[in-house]
Design a protein around this ligand. Structure first.
Ligand SMILES: NC(=O)c1ccc[n+]([C@@H]2O[C@H](COP(=O)([O-])OP(=O)(O)OC[C@H]3O[C@@H](n4cnc5c(N)ncnc54)[C@H](O)[C@@H]3O)[C@@H](O)[C@H]2O)c1
Length: 372
């Protein structure tokens, strides 16, 4: 597991996924055996790795990727984005199965090359697509599968929160996120997510129109030195999906939250609408839709929010990262199918790349179908 000292690598992948699988007694496989994941922590700092291993009662760690690969079945990568491609190449060359954070690589060419190499080597591969496993989006999927919406017309997504500049309050995201030269930028980061959310829930993305912005041009790094933000910190995207659905998603690290959750999607359909967040999902059916009349002369008489109905859990939701890890491990060790492979990851990078191009060229761009 490479990059486990980082935000995602540590919390979501090591603690909430792999260690959680160990805490539950391992992962039962269909043949009755139980899989026991034994992580090898890989990174650049011996001291940090030793500390992390001690904290979690682990014994295997190294700063030497080749050494780690030699003794492993699966390589996992949660490093900063611009270090990923070369590490995955090494893992494929060593014949290891690979599971990785998104984005798969910094550009589409690199992503497709990794896909080709992985397929050629016959290894199993997967890319994190965690948003699909959020309770809110799982409930949304349930509504879609149950035919709740009728014909889906549009999807509107709001993602974001204020990321502090780092001067008078510490920034809550790493500074490389704001430097293009270090693989940063919200378009590369978030379009990789929006691609699989849209493709999997609503329909294949056919075109993209994107306006990016660097709203905060200067920030202060972890060590207290100011730096110029060279990457986009907001993206205003418009997507046409198969079936004529129109999706509009704002992503911003420079907005203040007046929502119930950090990401929310409103889906409007002929038969009903839903608003889904990370955990909650609320609906309004056509039969319970109020009839507002535009009149700015009088105060609003309808309490719109109170007229929506909560979608019940009806099940227990596990951590989304862990759920996907378990599926990937069953894919590797029990041959179960796994849909979110490198090609799916490449589609995310494709959308980010075309989003950036759309912004640069000031026009809408078709998204061609990708094949391995
Ligand atoms: N799935 C998600 O929801 C989600 C959310 C945030 C980030 N991510 C992805 O996870 C990856 C890591 O993001 P993060 O927010 O955890 O970042 P982070 O900065 O907190 O962690 C990065 C990790 O990479 C390591 N690293 C290796 N080489 C490095 C180098 N040359 N410079 C700096 N660090 C280096 C760091 O030591 C650290 O362990 C990114 O690719 C990002 O796109 C995914």
């Amino acid at each position: 597991m490479n990059g486990v000292t980082g935000r995602m690598g540590h919390r979501q992948h090591l603690v909430r996924s792999i260690l959680a699988i160990r805490e539950q007694g391992g992962l039962p496989l269909p043949d009755g055996t139980v899989l026991w994941p034994e992580p090898v922590l890989v990174g650049r700092s011996e001291a940090k790795l030793r500390g992390l291993a001690e904290t979690h009662g682990l014994t295997r760690w190294t700063t030497d990727l080749a050494e780690a690969l030699a003794g492993a079945d699966v390589y996992f990568d949660a490093q900063v984005t611009n270090q990923r491609e070369k590490a995955i190449r090494a893992a494929i060359a060593a014949g290891k199965h690979v599971y990785t954070e998104k984005p798969l690589a910094e550009d589409l060419a690199g992503s497709l090359e990794l896909t080709r190499l992985a397929n050629q080597a016959g290894i199993r591969h997967g890319v994190v697509q965690d948003k699909l496993f959020l309770p809110g989006l799982l409930k949304l999927k349930r509504l879609i599968d149950g035919g709740f919406f009728g014909r889906v017309l549009s999807v509107r997504g709001e993602f974001g929160y204020w990321v502090f500049e780092g001067d008078w309050q510490e920034a809550q995201r790493p500074s490389w996120n704001y430097r293009a030269e270090d693989g940063g930028g919200i378009i590369l980061d978030m379009f990789a997510h929006w691609r699989y959310v849209l493709d999997n829930l609503f329909g294949r993305v056919r075109s993209v129109q994107c306006l990016g912005a660097t709203h905060i041009p200067e920030r202060v790094a972890e060590d207290g030195t100011p730096y110029t933000a060279t990457a986009d910190d907001a993206a205003y995207g418009l997507f046409e999906l198969e079936g004529g659905i129109i999706a509009q998603i704002n992503s911003s690290w420079a907005t203040r939250v007046f929502r119930d959750e950090l990401v929310e999607f409103q889906v409007d359909g002929t038969e009903g609408s839903a608003v889904a967040g990370l955990r909650r999902c609320r609906i309004q059916h056509r039969a319970t839709t109020p009839k507002p009349v535009w009149n700015p002369d009088v105060p609003a008489t309808i309490d719109f929010r109170s007229q929506w109905q909560e979608v019940p859990d009806n099940t227990e939701f596990d951590n989304g990262f862990k759920a996907q890890w378990e599926m990937f491990l069953r894919h590797v060790y029990a041959g179960e199918p796994f849909a979110w492979d490198f090609l799916a990851g490449a589609r995310g990078v494709q959308l980010a790349e075309l989003g950036l191009r759309s912004w640069r060229e000031g026009r809408r761009i078709e998204v061609p179908e990708l094949t391995a």
